[in-house]
Write a protein that binds this ligand. Structure first.
Ligand SMILES: Cc1cc2nc3c(=O)[nH]c(=O)nc-3n(C[C@H](O)[C@H](O)[C@H](O)COP(=O)(O)OP(=O)(O)OC[C@H]3O[C@@H](n4cnc5c(N)ncnc54)[C@H](O)[C@@H]3O)c2cc1C
Length: 406
């Protein structure tokens, strides 16, 4: 049975919706999480998402979020060069899908154990407003339409969200990513180091990724910029990349494919992510980064920040969620949304010769020791950088021009 009123109704039980709901129920708020699919997490096949730890370490510890591995070493390859990143900043694996060990399954069970209500196979069919504030929604559940009141409404329904239309928010579209991958078992790939391959022809605007999670499952996947895809299927891109890179099969060793997955992610810049007592979270709020198509970290932060703002509003009888917007801008975007899109555009326009040149330069300036050391003390490496870059002044010039034209 549904209550007549909830403090917060959240549409979509993905990463953002689940994190927001967990934070709210852990603080004693009445939450209704509405998922349109029959099974939580089933909008994804089983897959591993990689997420940077910046800005989520405290949230993760506070909410005890489930991760499936942690690593800080990565080898990046262009067709004829490579460099190794070794950073103090960690990345995590997040297991997605509808299996019991997935992020969404574990977190949604916790939400229920705190007394939150999680509805599956349910959809909101109408919104009722009073003085432009959403007052109630109509939920279609078990073929019954029920009006439920709410004080706040969160849209966490992914990149297909209709919320931009409802909010009347304009979007400056960024790249759309398309990905295909396989979860492999019994692979001889070594854990602890991930491998990221770039090739402007075989993975235009994207990369091929290999890494092993704590449970022994290997993520082998390709992501490309959809605008550069042409008529070739994403699965064919995946197969072609492996066929052209003997190193991938060598690293994988013997392995068995457990399942495959395919999907798209949309980036863009929107002017706002909150309006009165409503907020846009995660992919619905276009928080995905346009450089690598990563969105989990942003979904976690936005879910958490939206919940924190709603808790503050509820406790202090404030109506508008505008603090969510400020918190999100400070923690996720830091005013760099346009620059990130430009950087993506720059990478899209590098050919393989330029990629090799860039990778060789990075390798030479000593990132093999530690990325952090480089950023802590960049001037120590300037001499080495000049030494490589000035050897190929023509390439250096085209790369610089492409950077500024991006
Ligand atoms: C192939 C692929 C690989 C990726 N790899 C990575 C990666 O390695 N690292 C990374 O950080 N990110 C990655 N991403 C992006 C990442 O998966 C998303 O950014 C992240 O899932 C966003 O979380 P979310 O909660 O905002 O949305 P979602 O996870 O999309 O969740 C939205 C939820 O809302 C539900 N829903 C939709 N409409 C409605 C409705 N009308 N009513 C009720 N419920 C609704 C959906 O069923 C779903 O449960 C990848 C994406 C793809 C497609």
């Amino acid at each position: 049975m549904l209550e007549k009123e909830y403090d917060v109704i959240i549409i979509g039980a993905g990463v953002a919706g689940c994190v927001a709901a967990l934070k709210l129920v852990a603080n004693g708020k009445r939450v209704l999480l509405v998922e349109k699919l029959k099974k939580i997490g089933s909008h994804n096949s089983r897959k591993l998402d990689v997420t940077e730890s910046q800005g989520i370490a405290d949230i993760t510890a506070e909410l005890n979020l489930p991760f499936n591995g942690k690593f800080n070493r990565s080898i990046w390859y262009s067709p004829n060069a490579n460099f190794e990143l070794d950073s103090r900043v960690y990345d995590y694996y997040v297991l997605r899908g509808s299996d019991v060990d997935s992020f969404e399954s574990i977190v949604s069970n916790r939400i229920k154990s705190f007394g939150g209500t999680v509805l599956t196979n349910a959809e909101i069919t109408n919104y009722n407003f009073e003085n432009e504030y959403v007052k109630s929604v109509v939920i279609n559940y078990n073929n019954r339409h029920q009006v439920v009141n709410c004080k706040y409404l969160f849209f966490a329904d992914g990149h297909h969200s209709k919320s931009l239309e409802i909010f009347g928010i304009k979007e400056r579209p960024g790249p759309t990513f398309i990905g295909y991958g396989e979860i492999c078992v019994n692979s001889e790939l070594k854990a602890g180091v991930t491998h990221v391959f770039f090739d402007s022809k075989l993975a235009p605007g994207g990369y091929f990724y290999l890494g092993k999670a704590d449970n022994g499952e290997v993520l082998s996947s390709i992501v490309i910029n959809k605008a550069l895809q042409g008529n070739i299927s994403i699965k064919t891109y995946y197969q072609n990349f492996i066929a052209a890179n003997a190193n991938i099969l060598k690293l994988l060793g013997k392995y068995k494919v457990k399942n495959s997955f395919v999907g798209m992610g949309k980036t863009g810049i929107i002017s706002r992510r909150s309006l009165r007592n409503m907020a846009l979270l995660g992919d619905a709020g276009r928080t995905m980064d346009p450089i690598f198509g990563y969105g989990v970290r942003q979904a976690i932060i936005s879910g958490y920040m939206a919940a924190v703002s709603a808790i503050d509003c509820l406790n202090n009888k404030k109506r508008d969620l505008d603090e969510y917007e400020d918190k999100l801008n400070k923690s996720v975007f830091q005013g760099r949304e346009t620059e990130n899109q430009k950087f993506r555009n720059f990478i899209d326009h590098l050919n393989n010769e330029e990629l090799d040149y860039a990778f060789k330069s990075i390798e030479t300036i000593g990132l093999s020791t530690s990325l952090d050391d480089f950023f802590d003390n960049p001037f120590n490496n300037i001499g080495m950088l000049l030494n490589v870059t000035l050897k190929k002044p023509k390439l250096l010039t085209t790369v610089i021009i492409k950077f500024f034209l991006a």
